[in-house]
Design a protein around this ligand. Sequence first.
Ligand code: NAG
Ligand code: NAG
Ligand code: NAG
Ligand code: NAG
Ligand code: NAG
Ligand code: NAG
Ligand code: NAG
Ligand code: NAG
Ligand code: NAG
Ligand code: NAG
Length: 624
Amino acid sequence: MGRFLIAAVCLVSLATASWDGNLNYDSPSRRHPSLGIDVPKLRLAKRGLEPRAWDPAQLKFTHGVASGDPYPDSVILWTRISPLLESDKSNVTVEGNVPLYNHDTEQYIKASKNPICVEYQIGTDKNLSTSSIVDTGTAYTTSDIDYTVKVEAKNLQPFTTYYYQFTVCGSTNTSPPGRTKTSPGPDDDVSNIGLAVYSCSQYQNGYFNAYGNAARKDKVDYVIHLGDYIYESKKGVLGTDPRATNPPREIFTLYDYRTRLAQYRTDQDLLLSHAKFAWIPVWDDHEVSNNGYRDGSSGLNNTEDSFRKDGGVSVDQRKMNAVRAYFEYMPIRQVDMDDNLRIWRTFKIGKLFDLVMLDTRNYDRSITTLNWNDDYVGELRDDAGRTLMGSHQENWFYRSLSESQDRGAVWRIIGNQIVFSRINNTARDSDWLNADQWDGYTANRNRTLQHLYDNSISNTVFLAGDSHANWVSDLVWLDEKSYDPATGAGSVGVEFAGTAVSSSGFATNVSGGNEMSAGLVRDNAELQWSEGWYRGYYELQISPEAIQASYYGCPTVSFRNPLEISLANFTVLAGANHLERSVANGSVESGALQQGSTKQTNLTLNTDKGVWNTTSFDKMYITY
Ligand SMILES: *[C@@H]1O[C@H](CO)[C@@H](O)[C@H](O)[C@H]1NC(C)=O
Ligand SMILES: *[C@@H]1O[C@H](CO)[C@@H](O)[C@H](O)[C@H]1NC(C)=O
Ligand SMILES: *[C@@H]1O[C@H](CO)[C@@H](O)[C@H](O)[C@H]1NC(C)=O
Ligand SMILES: *[C@@H]1O[C@H](CO)[C@@H](O)[C@H](O)[C@H]1NC(C)=O
Ligand SMILES: *[C@@H]1O[C@H](CO)[C@@H](O)[C@H](O)[C@H]1NC(C)=O
Ligand SMILES: *[C@@H]1O[C@H](CO)[C@@H](O)[C@H](O)[C@H]1NC(C)=O
Ligand SMILES: *[C@@H]1O[C@H](CO)[C@@H](O)[C@H](O)[C@H]1NC(C)=O
Ligand SMILES: *[C@@H]1O[C@H](CO)[C@@H](O)[C@H](O)[C@H]1NC(C)=O
Ligand SMILES: *[C@@H]1O[C@H](CO)[C@@H](O)[C@H](O)[C@H]1NC(C)=O
Ligand SMILES: *[C@@H]1O[C@H](CO)[C@@H](O)[C@H](O)[C@H]1NC(C)=O
């Protein structure tokens, strides 16, 4: 299906024009420029006939600013500038490309297609004083790309903090200010890098306090998002429920996906995180549809449905709409211009680590559990032909791990969607294996472990989201290599899987959750900590000597607040390939340790929303 998207997601082939800095207009394929659709107004501007400008006062920076995919000398900057808060209703079709400018009458046929011009500036001081500016540029946007702007700021120095801002051309109408940071050069020695790691932010399920907390604390360099940044489902009633989903239905069309992404980008804490940190995100299933795989998702009742229509659009078209809106709204690079479905990519973060971002979901995954077929998939679990990534990505993945080891990077951090370790779920009243995780693709997991063992690849750390719960494990090849849960001997790395920003976990109350966690660590030798009550995130502090992982919980996501609680701390020493003993220093706040105790502080929360109704959250950060 990836190949189909190339033809379908095409837009404009004006990538070479120097004034056209907006990457969201790029032809999807450098090698197939004819796939592009010209935007007449931009062609007009190219001829030197500047289109009639918008009145800058009509225009608003509707969704803040964002930055991401840091390289040593460049970073992606993002904003949206529009006369409307609402997303554009047009589908990207050839009909959308009617000539908009009548040369005889010099009239614009449809004003919404008028390009909006913005300038951007990036510099080293907060005030963007002239002497500090290192790069500037101009970009146009139109309704064709929902008024989004994505540019690559260049001429930057490695591992340096920058400030940036967009301005409507020839006006004083400016965006909110943003801050970002480049990555170190590949051969640079770096003593410490901090990452905040997130997954599963469901707008209708709660406030994104977790995003704001890391931004307020300001202890990390970059944000990693492992997917489920949005959810496609519907909930609540617009106008009565402040977090009701917009549009008020399950999403299918390009307009739907744009509108949903745009709605998420109104959460104050998400905006704060985007404005402060460079993000490196990947998608999971809900950016498209629940339990997605190569050819469909759980919304379809049988595989043959994939050839029919889902919510009025074909499965291919729906995935294309989702992917297109995602690239429009997320501050990320398109790494392969001939493959618009490709999001998997690597970042060399100095000599300290390589960050390998995977797509175990949408790219080329074999069929997953769709409710009606769970028994069938359970039988296929060990089929050697099943794949999570497709052979193209899988080979690239193993090559990336080897190249990282060969170049002498200390750590290999793998940004992955689903839980990697085998989990016997019996204690939480579930199927003993969740076949939508790596447990449904055991041959692919074995091949990964085999590559690590056979090539003596050390210091591998899997990150995972998707499950709405915390799981910290030694990385072991069960039933193949000997493993000692007491010391960690036999392990080949670690896995840090994190809870959701706001999606519900497996526990409905603290003590019930702790009981289930106690059963889970009892039944899974390599699982050292399980926790299923708190919403939150974790931070990693990575140095050449060790990785420190700090897990945080949000006491409540039912209203906006800056409260958080330290749940557990873990250490991994370089070369050890397992969690440092005693794991979590023998004590956690919530859930259960394989060996150790649980504190479970009784919290008294001030739930009076009036107390937390403040505009000065940026300065607030409260640890319980
Ligand atoms: C966009 O596509 C959807 C689904 O195919 C369709 O229902 C809708 O009418 C289209 N909108 C426009 C403006 O063509
Ligand atoms: C930035 O502006 C503030 C107040 O406007 C001023 O106090 C500060 O010195 C300026 N900083 C720089 C680096 O110009
Ligand atoms: C799948 O089945 C359910 C229940 O039978 C039904 O409500 C739903 O509309 C079906 N979905 C599709 C895509 O046919
Ligand atoms: C999973 O754990 C349960 C105990 O809760 C145990 O009875 C069962 O044998 C385990 N399943 C497997 C396949 O190990
Ligand atoms: C995976 O490896 C384990 C341990 O060697 C083995 O028991 C299992 O059969 C393997 N599964 C597949 C599908 O290769
Ligand atoms: C707490 O959670 C446990 C496990 O899910 C459940 O059995 C129990 O009924 C819950 N207790 C309350 C008071 O909701
Ligand atoms: C984690 O470490 C921090 C900093 O040392 C400490 O304040 C916090 O109490 C620790 N959390 C737990 C659950 O032990
Ligand atoms: C581990 O716990 C001990 C006492 O329980 C404490 O003194 C020590 O500081 C803790 N270490 C870390 C790294 O949190
Ligand atoms: C927490 O509250 C429960 C119920 O009110 C009580 O039984 C328990 O002793 C308290 N725990 C602590 C550590 O205060
Ligand atoms: C916060 O308080 C102000 C002033 O009291 C009020 O106008 C506003 O509606 C409140 N906002 C929320 C989200 O409650």
